[in-house]
Write a protein that binds this ligand. Structure first.
Ligand code: HEC
Length: 171
């Protein structure tokens, strides 16, 4: 019967398609995945350089300014207990080693574009960065791996923070 033949034929086509699709999608996925998920050493190196010259260590690495940058790499970007107090309250530079553990590269691109943190975080510098630079920073900090403790919580302006803190004019 015609109907049966057609059914057989369409089943045959279907099974061909099913067999072919996974093969095609694996082939198409593979290069994209490795580009996005396994950073090359150049990208990590670029991130290391950007983090240094754009000053992220100054606040996010403990004792970095006081020691002229001579801080062991294990402490890099682990956040700081040194508070920054002003009319906004008292803020603490986040532990970026832990922060980057919990965020995907796409989420980070979005954060960098839109972040508005309290002082003295120079969020506007992040907002101005290219997507490629923002991604390099991501890959570099991820390559360091998680370490350290979360930074202390924000203290509102009407509360006295524990020492030590940097005092800005309270206007
Ligand atoms: C002058 C000090 C300073 C510098 C320089 C600095 N930060 Fe920050 N950063 C802070 C402080 C303080 C906070 C917390 C702000 C708040 O509580 O609103 C913060 C917050 C952040 C956050 C938000 C974390 C969260 O939990 O939401 C990110 C991400 C961040 N910084 C990344 C960077 C990067 C990347 C650089 C380098 C381009 C950098 N910071 C440079 C002081 C600084």
């Amino acid at each position: 019967m015609r109907g049966t033949t057609f059914q057989h034929f369409s089943k045959f086509i279907l099974s061909l398609a099913c067999a072919a699709i996974p093969a095609i999608s694996v082939a198409a996925d593979a290069p994209a995945k490795s580009a996005a998920k396994s950073p090359d050493s150049k990208q990590i190196e670029r991130g290391r350089y950007l983090v240094m010259i754009t000053g992220c260590h100054d606040c996010h690495t403990p004792n970095y300014i006081a020691k002229g940058g001579k801080v062991p790499a294990k402490d890099f970007l682990t956040g700081d207990k040194l508070g920054w107090r002003g009319s906004w309250g008292t803020t603490y530079p986040a532990n970026l080693r832990l922060y980057f553990k919990n965020i995907t590269d796409e989420q980070w691109i979005q954060v960098a574009k839109t972040i508005e943190a309290r002082p003295p975080m120079p969020y506007f510098a992040l907002n101005a960065m290219t997507r490629a630079d923002v991604l390099s920073i991501y890959e570099y900090i991820r390559s360091l791996g998680p370490a350290g403790e979360p930074a202390p919580r924000f203290v509102p302006a009407d509360k006295e923070p524990p020492q030590p803190y940097v005092q800005f004019p309270m206007k």
